[in-house]
Structures are given as structure tokens and as C-alpha cells.
Design a protein around this ligand. Structure first.
Ligand code: ADP
Ligand code: MG
Length: 700
């Protein structure tokens, strides 16, 4: 099934232009549907089905349901009125039906003579005195082409695009199925355990494109029919296998520097820390150290709930690199977080004699040039910055480790781009990815099959749980009073303004207005303001003032979502929490509950709440366990959202709906193990069929 010679290309892998009646123009239109080859056509599944397998007695028609009926014309007439129309009443002894045509040719009236037999297909609707069908497909008895007759199978209705109609798609699919019947490789089927009770690939495709009368259509369109499950399983398996292959290839092809370190910096760092590492931190640190001491590039994902102490673990990894004479890069998704990491790392590492450089998209050209020089010359051991750091030409002296913090919004494409960044074909730095979005284990193992996963499943001791309450915005006054009380007691608070708009400018404006208002209402409270549009130096000043307690209330946009760490802040107000997803709310709330004071979070919502929003806020009130929240999120939104749209975009599933098919994931693992062990050539064939060249993932 590989190779470019048309003779050796499998018929199903050939372009659709090989089918009867497909010229360049139609092929171009089909391409808009993602259909290039015959096989693509086979995986272009119907949206729904029409039942023309039998006609329904007119008396048995249901409003809202499409059906095929037969009857005799009782009466046909053109009615003037608000809109001129042709009405034709037919009956079959069980009832009467009115056919309504707004667009018609006067000659049509002549043909609909009383007593003429007609067949028509359409959706019945309630009319004045009978049910009616507006513009049904209609066929007079003895009519010529395209007669409406009972079909043997249900009629598929496909997703389509301009210039491609259903008839064309059905005709092409019939040809494709014929080709498939003569030769459709189905290497997976022999490896599927009997108890899965799934049909073979050809059987599944036939059921989907030409379901026999009586097929459970709801199960087909809903996706729980074994025919759909069979395709989804194969597709998920192929994607999972391609990630595993990527990883195996990367390990075989590339080498990373062996970073054993001397242990000196690490020891001094741990000694200076005001706390002991948790058992979970120690365990993950050991896993990372072992990875880095090997010549196979580390590709490790560290999952840990908000506040579980991932930064310290990252710092330890950077020190191991520096101890071995190589540099480490630390990347954060936002400027604010990068700045905070920079301050943290500088405060931790500078006393150990390790120079920390900072790169930001907004820094002055002169500073930047200087930083780049110190990075290139190897003076800076650790470099902290936003992802912009890697998007531009940054020359490292010798880079040993890349740490990517809070990476939950990056898909496999981004991960791979990063891995390849600035590296030679055969050497790459170790890579550590930190995420606070706990992804249920089975999903993580499938979606991150190219990574090893560690979990920091323990919070540092002494944390008090955050009490969360939802308050409608009519009670805003009480919330403001709560802020006043907290500040009077020497506590600090966040007030987070959210907006649906992605626009930085609008977010900033909303935060500015809120800050002004709160400053007026709470003259005894010092109010700070931070948003994404401020200059880095100003942001740093505001954060510093809040961190050391000079400001008591920090009004912020969701820029503080990730990473910001001020232990004395113990109250958080989130305005319009109904606009945010669970993961984001959990992240935000994670900014409080970091110290020893009892913390609370008030969700100041604007009623009425949608069903989904009420569910989300309910989950948040009940639990603060990130894994539990992720599980609920998975239920409410589905894994596509959880992994970030870019993730699923990168996967580009044809059949699979991750939300719908999540239950298949454990099977995917199991099957992948079996195939890789017993039939690697089958794994290759599946990857080729569903993912195409695995190389595709490497390009961005
Ligand atoms: P996150 O995992 O959300 O990135 P951070 O690394 O920001 O969490 O850590 C949250 C806070 O907990 C920080 O103030 C950090 O210094 C502190 N911390 C980390 N590890 C420990 C520990 N083992 N004991 C006590 N405090 C810790
Ligand atoms: Mg963090």
C-alpha cells in the first residue's frame, strides 16, 4: 500500500479521479470535504439517514418525521394569497396529505390530475386540516428517470459542500464500496478479541453507508453502534501507535547529553529551601534525574495539581544540567508567569552562583542583546522566558534541558516542534513538561503516548482547603464587604475580572474600571491592578507590591491564572465565573489556599446560569481535587476540550469523537501492546491508513 508508482498503489489509496464521473472540478470540491482518495470517501460518514425502504400509510405519518408515502391525487389547485402556491391533496384510504409547492411550473398542475398515483418523500408537518409536506420529492406513477421506489437500504445523507449533492456522493460511495468489497485490507480484525463483538472493517463500512432496513439508526448517528465503534477503535489505535512510534524513533535516532551532575548545587539548593520536599516531589525528582543521566532524550510530562510544587522540581532539574556544564531553558506560556519564574529562579539560583537570564517578547532591544550575548557565551546557566524565547533565534552555548511549564494548551505538534528546535538531526536536549491540568490516566496514556508521565500526587503539608461559594451578582455589596473585612484582618485578596472576548484590550479595560470602582468604594484598602497590556516593569512592580503586602487587593484579568504564587492571599473573587471552563476556574482558585490561613473563593455569577455552568460551579464548590475536577470536566465537556482544541486539531480525527469514544481508550492501550509485540507490520499499516506518513507530525 505504499510507493508512488500507480501500479503499486492500492486501488483504495488512489485519487478519487480514478472513479467514474469524477473530473478535476469535482475532485477539487471533494477535497474541501477532506476527500482525496477512495479511502477518504469510505471514511466520509453520513450525518443521518432517510428511510425509503418502505412506504408509510398516510394515516400513520408523524409530524416532524420524513417518510415515503404513496397515494392518489384527490385535488390540485393553485391558491392565490400571501404567497401563490400549488396545493395537491392526496389520499390512500388511511388518510389525506396536502403537498405544498411555492415554486412550481403551471404545467405541473395539469400532470397532477385527479386519480393520478404519486409517490413522494418528505417531512410531514401539521397543516390546516391535514398533515402537509412542503416541497416533497415527488414522482408520478409511470414517470421516467429517478423513480421514487422502495430502496433496499436506508438512504445516507452526507455532510457536503457547495457543488456536491447527495446524489453524487451516494453514487461515488457505491463505487467505492464496490472497490472495497473486492479488496479492503483489514489487518486489525484477526487481532481483535472476540469479546469486543465488533464487525470487520468492510462490514462496518457497509452498515454505515448502506444500512439494511431496520438498522438502529439512532445508534449509527449517535456513534454507539458497533459499526462506528469499530472504525473509531481502529482510528484511535492508529493515532496512539503513531505517537508510540514517534517516541521509539526519537530514542533510536537522537542522543541527548548525559547529565549526571555533581550533586553539589542540588545539595546546596535543598539546604537553603525553607521546607522539605514532599515524598511525591522526591519521587518525581528521582525519575527526572534518572532520565537526565541517560543518553536517550528525556521526554517527561509532570502532572501535578495547582500548588503541588512543580517549580521546585523544575529548578532541581535545571541545576542538574548546570552542574554538568550545560544550560537549561525554562519556558512559560505567559509573560506574567515567565517573570515570576524568573524572579523565583533568580532568587533561588543566584546565591548558588548560577546566572539566570531573562528573555521576553517585550524587552528593550539593548537588554535583549545583552541577554542573548550572555546566553550565547554560556555565562547564563539558566534562561527563563516565554515561548517567544524559542520562536526566535536564540543561540545557546550548550543547551542540555528544556523545561516547559503549564503546557496544557499545547498539542503534539507544538511538542514536536519544540523538540526539534535548533537541534541537530541526532542530538537534542532533554525535555520536561509541567502541567497543572490533571488528565485522567487512560486519556493521558493515549494522548501523550510519546511521553513518560510522572504525577506529583500530594500537596505540601499545612495547606488549608479553600471554601468556595457561588454568589449572584445582585449580592455584590456583600462580596465587597467581605473583601473589606479580609483586608482589615491583614489578609490579601484577588479580584479577577473575566470577559468572554479574547481581546486583551477589553479585558484590561474591564479590570481598570473594576479597580477604579473598588478604590472608590474601599478607601481604606490599597488596590493594585495587573493585566496583560501593562509594561513588564509595571507588572513586576505591581506583583512585587502585592507579594510583599504593600497592596492588599489585586484586581487582575485572567493573566494570573497560572503560576502566580502569593501565600498571604486568602480570598479570591471571580467575576462571571460562568464564562470560564472548570480547568481554568480551578487554576484561578489555586492562587489562594497557599498559606496557612483559611481561604475562600467567591464566585460572583450573573444569573440565570445555563445548565452546564451550574454543573461547573457545583463541581467547584464540592471539590478542590484537581483530578476529580478533571474527571468531571471530562464528563461535562469531553476530552477534546480538556486536551485543548489544538491537541484535537492536531489529531484531526475522521470518525472518532473523543468525548463519545473515551470508553474505548483502555482497549486502545491493550491492543497497541499486543500489536507492537506480535504484529508490528499491522501497526504500520494502521498508521499509514489513518495518520498517513508519521512524518506529518514532525512538521509544523
Ligand atoms: P505549582 O505546582 O502550582 O507550580 P508551585 O511550584 O508554585 O506550585 O508551589 C506552590 C507553593 O508551594 C510555592 O510557594 C512553593 O514555594 C511551595 N512549596 C513547594 N514545595 C513545597 C514543599 N515541599 N513544602 C512546602 N511548600 C512547598
Ligand atoms: Mg507552577
Amino acid at each position: 500500500m505504499t510507493g508512488n508508482d500507480p501500479e503499486t498503489v492500492h486501488p483504495l489509496c488512489r485519487p478519487v479521479t480514478g472513479l467514474r464521473g469524477v473530473a478535476a472540478r469535482l475532485a477539487a470540491r471533494l477535497e474541501r470535504l477532506g476527500v482525496r482518495t477512495v479511502q477518504d470517501l469510505l471514511f466520509h460518514l453520513p450525518l443521518r439517514y432517510e428511510d425509503r425502504t418502505r412506504h408509510v400509510p398516510i394515516g400513520g405519518l408523524q409530524p416532524g418525521i420524513e417518510a415515503l408515502v404513496r397515494g392518489r391525487v384527490d385535488l390540485a389547485e393553485i391558491v392565490q394569497g400571501r404567497r401563490r402556491r400549488l396545493l395537491c391533496r392526496i389520499s390512500d384510504g388511511t388518510g389525506a396529505l396536502t403537498l405544498v409547492f411555492f415554486h412550481f411550473h403551471p404545467a405541473q398542475l395539469k400532470r397532477l390530475r385527479q386519480g393520478t398515483c404519486v409517490a413522494c418523500y418528505g417531512e410531514a408537518r401539521r397543516g390546516l386540516d391535514t398533515l402537509e409536506m412542503i416541497h416533497p420529492e415527488i414522482q408520478l406513477q409511470g414517470g421516467s428517470a429517478g423513480e421514487i421506489t422502495e430502496e433496499e437500504t436506508l438512504t445516507p445523507v452526507y455532510p457536503t459542500t457547495e457543488g456536491v449533492n447527495q446524489t453524487t456522493l451516494r453514487r461515488l460511495l457505491a463505487q467505492a464500496l464496490t472497490l472495497a468489497r473486492s479488496d479492503l485490507p483489514d489487518p486489525l480484525q484477526p487481532h481483535l478479541p472476540k469479546e469486543f463483538s465488533l464487525p470487520g472493517l468492510l462490514g462496518a463500512l457497509t452498515t454505515l453507508h448502506a444500512p439494511p432496513a431496520g438498522t438502529d439508526v439512532e445508534a449509527l448517528t449517535g456513534g454507539w453502534h458497533p459499526a462506528v465503534q469499530r472504525l473509531a477503535l481502529e482510528e484511535l489505535l492508529a493515532h496512539h501507535l503513531s505517537l508510540r512510534k514517534l517516541r521509539v524513533d526519537a530514542r533510536r535516532r537522537t542522543r541527548a547529553p548525559v547529565l549526571r551532575g555533581t550533586g553539589q548545587l542540588v545539595a546546596r539548593f535543598l539546604q537553603a529551601l525553607p521546607f522539605r520536599l514532599t515524598t511525591a516531589q522526591q519521587r518525581v525528582d528521582r525519575q527526572i534525574a534518572a532520565d537526565m543521566a541517560s543518553a536517550a532524550p528525556m521526554m517527561r510530562l509532570v502532572q501535578g495539581d495547582v500548588g503541588s510544587g512543580k517549580t521546585v522540581v523544575a529548578a532541581l532539574a535545571t541545576l542538574r544540567s548546570v552542574e554538568s556544564g550545560l544550560q537549561a531553558a525554562v519556558m512559560a506560556p505567559t509573560e506574567l508567569l515567565a517573570e515570576q519564574h524568573y524572579r523565583n529562579f533568580r532568587d533561588w539560583l543566584a546565591p548558588l552562583g548560577v546566572e539566570v537570564a531573562w528573555l521576553s517578547g517585550r524587552q528593550a532591544a539593548r537588554t535583549r542583546r545583552m541577554m542573548l550575548e550572555r546566553i550565547g557565551g554560556g555565562d547564563s546557566g539558566v534562561v527563563v522566558g516565554t515561548h517567544a524565547l524559542f520562536q526566535e533565534q536564540v543561540e545557546f552555548h550548550r543547551l542540555g534541558l528544556v523545561v516547559v511549564d503549564e503546557q496544557h494548551r499545547f498539542g503534539v505538534h507544538q511538542r514536536l516542534a519544540l523538540r526539534e528546535k535548533g537541534q541537530s538531526e541526532t542530538a537534542q536536549p532533554h525535555q520536561l513538561i509541567m502541567t497543572a491540568t490533571p488528565i485522567p490516566r487512560t486519556l493521558a496514556m493515549t494522548a501523550y503516548a510519546d511521553l513518560d508521565v510522572s504525577v506529583i500526587d500530594e500537596l505540601p503539608p499545612g495547606r488549608t482547603p479553600v471554601t468556595t461559594a457561588a454568589v449572584p451578582d445582585v449580592r455584590r455589596g456583600e462580596v465587597v464587604a467581605a473583601v473589606k473585612r479580609a483586608c482589615a484582618e491583614g489578609r490579601q485578596a484577588y479580584w479577577v475580572c473575566t470577559l468572554i472576548e479574547e481581546s486583551d484590550a477589553l479585558q484590561a479595560q474591564a479590570a481598570e474600571e473594576t479597580a477604579t470602582l473598588l478604590t472608590e468604594t474601599l478607601p481604606q484598602v490599597t488596590v493594585g491592578l495587573v493585566h496583560g497590556r501593562m509594561k513588564p516593569a509595571d507588572k513586576e512592580a505591581v506583583m512585587d507590591a502585592f507579594a510583599c503586602g504593600r497592596t492588599q487587593l489585586l484586581v487582575a484579568t485572567t493573566v494570573i491564572e497560572v503560576g502566580v504564587d502569593v501565600p498571604n492571599a486568602s480570598l479570591m473573587i471571580i467575576e462571571n465565573p460562568e464564562r470560564l471552563g472548570l480547568a481554568q476556574l480551578h487554576q484561578l482558585r489555586g492562587r489562594v489556599g497557599r498559606g496557612s490561613a483559611a481561604s475562600s473563593c467567591l464566585l460572583l455569577y450573573h444569573p440565570p446560569l445555563s445548565e452546564a455552568a451550574r454543573k461547573r460551579l457545583g463541581v467547584l464548590r464540592r471539590t478542590s481535587d484537581g483530578f476529580e475536577i478533571a474527571r468531571q470536566d471530562l464528563e461535562i465537556r469531553g476530552p477534546g476540550e480538556l486536551l485543548g482544541t489544538r491537541q484535537t486539531g492536531a489529531w484531526a480525527f475522521r470518525v472518532t469523537d473523543l468525548a463519545r469514544d473515551a470508553a474505548q481508550l483502555p482497549r486502545v492501550q491493550e491492543l497497541a501492546d499486543i500489536l507492537l509485540r506480535e504484529a508490528p507490520q499491522v501497526a504500520e499499516a494502521l498508521i499509514h491508513r489513518w495518520v498517513g506518513e508519521a512524518r506529518r507530525y514532525g512538521r509544523v
